[in-house]
Ligand binder design. Structure first.
Ligand SMILES: Cc1ncc(COP(=O)(O)O)c(C=O)c1O
Length: 407
């Protein structure tokens, strides 16, 4: 289709921008006037956002005499939040130092910064297949070439990488991985594979973009050391973190933990994007952390999300048990559902929306358009009752689609 802005002198990269089906679903759903059960966005449950506490902190930190909280902040982050993040991490395997820390505008900016620093047009970037749409879109926006690598119940099949790279005929510049409760599959990379991935990155001289927004939200299974922890500060690990999933995505605050030599480059790159991260949001989070709320908040979330995952699996067994298979995440937000091959989830989407349920179709998670018969559901945002209702609507939509196909 000719691009509608064909008469404008667009940069070559502009027409190649692919955007995110996930993010676009927010506006699409906002336009719906009927009742829709929303399994689409990877958002914390509305009731999981501690609004009362945030309102109290806001009144104290952002009151009438807090004009300085509305100024520009330092690009590397407001000192109060930097200090609070350092002390939050101090007692964990991810303990870090001020020279390694850059506060970002959410996890997405961390991914963007990584690509801005490491990906030239034509560079090869390995991603898990399926992967987080926005990250592959970011790689593509810098002209990177995405190489989709297989995943299984233990995450990225690291053993498959040498042959894939040999077939590609060149080494990757970066490997983008979501080791815990992956988006969209919900699977977790095993410990041996984490070690093997680090070995490969060392051997190939590439960087691992270690994206872990859900790591704190483990509700089952054994805690595994992160790539950041296993790498012990090695230059090949570039870690991206965010408060979006454990606190609130609208705050748009996260951080990057990277080798100190990158510090000034990160500042330069960020200054050319947004100057600094939203200061009122940084002040809110700093006070939330300093007052010691994170631990109890996250403990509550873990219990609730566990409950909600089980509710989603029960609902799937009840309504789709004869048709579908799904993953069994130990944490995070997502389940990956695989349907029979004759069900195209992109064709299913409008039928499901009309029935009153929304999900993200599988091909959104693959730049090559794979997973046509799979879909992602977020179990975190809906109550068990709504989940059951949503899955029964999904079944009705599948039956309608199949009847229309067969008829
Ligand atoms: C794997 C992954 N990385 C990064 C992000 C983006 O995080 P943020 O909202 O903080 O930009 C998300 C959000 O869905 C995600 O699932």
């Amino acid at each position: 289709m000719p691009h509608p802005t064909g008469h404008l002198p667009l940069a070559a990269r502009a027409t190649g921008l692919v955007g995110s089906v996930i993010d676009s679903s927010t506006s699409l759903l906002a336009q719906q006037s009927h009742d829709v059960v929303r399994f689409a966005m990877g958002s914390p449950a509305a009731e999981a956002v501690p609004t009362r506490l945030l309102a109290a902190i806001s009144a104290a930190e952002l009151g009438e005499d807090a004009a300085d909280a509305y100024a520009y902040a330092a690009t590397e982050g407001d000192p109060g939040l930097r200090e609070a993040v350092l002390s939050m991490l101090a007692s964990t395997g991810e303990a870090t130092t001020p020279e390694r820390l850059t506060i970002t505008s959410g996890g997405m900016q961390g991914i963007d910064l990584a690509c801005k620093l490491f990906v030239d047009p034509g560079d090869l970037v390995v991603v898990e297949s399926p992967t987080y749409t926005n990250a592959s879109a970011t790689v593509l926006s810098y002209g990177g070439v995405v190489l989709e690598a297989p995943t299984d119940a233990n995450g990225l099949v690291v053993e498959s990488l040498p042959a894939l790279i040999e077939a590609a005929g060149r080494l990757p510049k970066a490997i983008y991985a979501i080791p815990n409760f992956q988006n969209p599959s919900g699977t977790t990379m095993s410990l041996p594979r984490r070690h093997a991935l680090l070995d490969l990155a060392r051997r190939w001289g590439c960087v691992i973009i270690d994206d872990d927004p859900y790591g704190l939200l483990r509700f089952e299974g054994e805690e595994l050391p992160s790539l950041r922890e296993l790498g012990q500060g090695e230059p090949c690990v570039f870690s991206v973190r965010t408060f979006s999933k454990v606190l609130a995505p609208g705050l748009r605050v996260g951080w990057v933990d990277a080798v100190p030599e990158l510090g000034q480059l990160l500042i330069n790159a960020k200054q050319a994007m947004d100057t600094c991260t939203n200061l009122p949001a940084q002040r809110l989070i700093a006070r939330f952390l300093k007052d010691g709320h994170l631990h109890s908040h996250v403990s509550r979330l873990r219990v609730e999300y566990h409950h909600r995952k089980i509710a989603m699996q029960k609902a799937l067994s009840t309504h789709l048990g004869d048709l579908a298979t799904w993953t069994d995440p130990d944490g995070g937000f997502f389940l990956w559902v695989t349907l029979p091959e004759r069900i195209d989830t992109q064709a299913l989407f409008p039928v499901a929306l009309a029935e009153g349920v929304a999900f993200i179709p599988g091909p959104a998670f693959s730049p090559g358009g794979r997973f046509q018969n799979a879909l992602r559901v977020c179990f975190a945002s809906t109550s068990p009752e709504r989940t059951l209702e949503g899955v029964s609507r999904l079944r009705r939509a599948i039956d309608r689609l199949l009847a229309a196909q067969d008829g």
